[in-house]
Design a protein around this ligand. Structure first.
Ligand code: AMP
Ligand code: MG
Length: 335
């Protein structure tokens, strides 16, 4: 999660174009979840103190979720799960249970492409908290590590709120979904504090309610995956979330192929040369975040098929064809 990057900083900038000029909505940024977090409030009828108070609470909620779900913080709940859940059931918070439950649902919906037990593979390929090994893992290492991966080996006792791994060495990584969850939670806090028009952006995981400062839907730009300052598309969202997963912030080259930080849990390999980016809109950011990661694994054809089957979810997949970027999208996204 540490490198939930300064990913999609362009999205970040464009998401706030609705935060400018004439009526000035209130905007604040902080660092959290390994990235820049921005909260923008566009309610015209509240005074600045009320907005700042709501924002402070929303930021604190995001920090709280980071303290629970970070793989980089040895004191986090996820670190405790990863240390002990292969020996005994580990008690977890309601937040973690909620996220793991959604991760299970998404795992089923995406035929295993989204899998939070992918952590040992993430580490094997050097995308985890440790530094990358100088040599790429061999077939045997990958095979051995695959034995420790699979949601079927993760037992959740919802009544007792415990998590247990069925294989030694298993670990979870919530980096593909936790930021989306945190954006949803921050929006909930803002709503509880009387805010009706706001945007929360956690490194490209964007969740919006109401309208922007111009009385228009929030305008979100999607970064061109091969032109740092360029845009691939612009979308307008209202009471919705959007997440983008890309291969352009965290990757390395091997045999001329761009190996991304997203791992295919079925073959143990980093996704290479398939989508350059995937953007998903959904009614909540946790779903958008998890699905963007999953569709990145599935690629354009299987990805669009999965998206068509899920209600209120739309998506766009950009594939690098060398000379140009080919874009696939659901009908709803095109609109
Ligand atoms: P995102 O940027 O939301 O697509 O999340 C990428 C992060 O999710 C990676 O850095 C890993 O921590 C984690 N991850 C990688 N592959 C998967 C996968 N197949 N399913 C779930 N999480 C993954
Ligand atoms: Mg994700």
């Amino acid at each position: 999660m540490k490198n939930k990057y300064l990913l999609l900083s362009i999205i970040f900038c464009l998401a706030i174009t609705g935060c400018a000029k004439s009526f000035m909505p209130l905007k604040r940024t902080q660092l959290a979840m390994g990235t820049t977090v921005e909260i923008c409030i566009a309610d015209a009828d509240l005074n600045a103190d009320a907005k700042l108070d709501a924002m402070a609470k929303a930021f604190e909620r995001i920090h709280q979720i980071e303290r629970i779900m970070s793989s980089y913080d040895q004191a986090s709940e996820v670190s405790a799960i990863n240390k002990f859940a292969d020996i005994r059931p580990v008690g977890v918070s309601a937040d973690t249970i909620k996220v793991i439950k959604r991760a299970e649902d998404l795992n089923k919906l995406t035929s295993g492409a989204f899998d939070v037990t992918v952590a040992p593979l993430v580490e094997l390929w050097g995308f985890g908290p440790q530094t990358r090994p100088s040599k790429a893992p061999g077939e045997d290492d990958i095979k051995k590590t695959l034995n420790m991966v699979g949601m079927d080996k993760l037992k959740i006792d919802y009544a007792a709120k415990t998590v247990r791994f069925m294989r030694r060495g298993m670990k979870i990584d919530l980096g593909g979904i936790a930021s989306g969850y945190a954006a949803d939670c921050a929006i909930d806090i803002l709503k509880e504090n009387g805010i009706k028009n706001a945007m929360v952006n956690i490194g490209g995981e964007v969740c919006c309610i109401g309208r922007s400062g111009f009385g228009r839907p929030w305008k979100i730009g999607i970064q061109h995956p091969r032109a740092k300052a360029g845009l691939l598309a612009t979308v307008y969202i209202e009471d919705k979330a959007m997440s983008t997963s890309g291969d352009y912030e965290k990757f390395f080259f091997r045999d001329g192929k761009r190996m991304s930080h997203i791992i295919n849990p079925l073959n143990g390999m980093p996704v290479a040369d398939m989508p350059a980016s995937v953007s998903i809109t959904a009614s909540d950011c946790m779903t958008a975040d998890g699905l963007a990661t999953a569709i990145f694994v599935l690629g354009p054809d299987a990805g669009i098929e999965v998206l068509k089957k899920i209600k209120s979810v739309e998506g766009m997949i950009a594939v690098d064809k060398g000379k140009n970027i080919e874009v696939y999208a659901t009908d709803g996204f095109k609109r």
